[in-house]
Design a protein around this ligand. Sequence first.
Ligand code: MN
Length: 379
Amino acid sequence: LTFTKGEGPTWSGPGDRPATRRIDGMGLLTIGEFARASGLSPKALRLYDDLGLLEPAVVDQQSGYRRYRPGQLAHAQLVAWLRRLGMPLARIKLVTSVSGADAARDVADYWRQVEADTSLRRQLASTLVDHLSRKDQAMTDTPTPLLLRYAARSDRGLVRDVNQDAVHSDGYLVAVADGFGANGDCASAIALEALLEHRATTGDVLNALQNAALRADEAVREVAAADSGTTLTALAWSGSELAFVHIGDSRAYLLRHGVLVQLTHDHTVVQGLIDDGTLTAAEAESHPQRATLVRAIHGEQPARPDSFVQDAQAGDRYLLSSDGLHGTLRDEVVHAVLAEQQNPQDAVDELIRHVHTAGAPDNVACAVADIVEPVSRRK
Ligand code: MN
């Protein structure tokens, strides 16, 4: 290795080391030389020293000048590469303090997480693009008046002593909540109450729903014990589009043109294992942690719900359900009932009847909402 670039004292090997450098002994590099050799800036090097991430070999007591050993370059370059990956400094400190094999695993873990986050953000970006382009369109198009037709029901099931699931439905807001813990029934009820109380029917429907969900979260945290909380999956109807908020393992589905699509992503330990390829969806069905949530509204910390917007088409049918429904019935059964039953109330009743037939091991919350043209316009 030779370090000859730049101005000032240079060192290009033991043979022509400048005399002044011998006073330091050991062929130490100044911070400027070390910066040039490692590709890190002197400013970054000072920061990393302060953080204990990359400490100089020697710091002059009087001048405060930092000196580095050439042998520290490999470490510095690893830091520089990890920074280029976007890894946070605290995590770099961990990665660079363990052995090669452990560090390799940490970097792989980190990257899997980045890719998972990116895929969520990709979804959000495309939703926003749709949402914003529809806003312009809505100003020029004559809006088609559409209506929401709805039904909802919650049921204790055949095994549990109390019903901790809750539902709400009206012409603007449809929601399910699945409470857990000692005050799970309160948590789900309070979340829906707060959602209703703080909803706004004017302005941006997504913002309004997100805001109402934050209020619901605050309301639950005020009263719920640390171990109690609730899931929340809700839709708000603007007359032309639907906004969704979602946290936990309740779900929203859309039946459009005969195809049933799950719109939400479960916030469970098991879904995380499916996402990173550790489990298949089939294996997950019998996994002991299938109901363990990684995100929910609960007493401990502020919730981070997902949110998105869907355009509305006449003929669309939405299903919101707690895991007492979609965890008990096979997708084919849910699909068949939604496709066969004409009106939302019949669909809800029939779904809950199927859950009972299957033993109803958990509470059930179920809401069905149809996008319909007003009677006068229907053919
Ligand atoms: Mn449940």
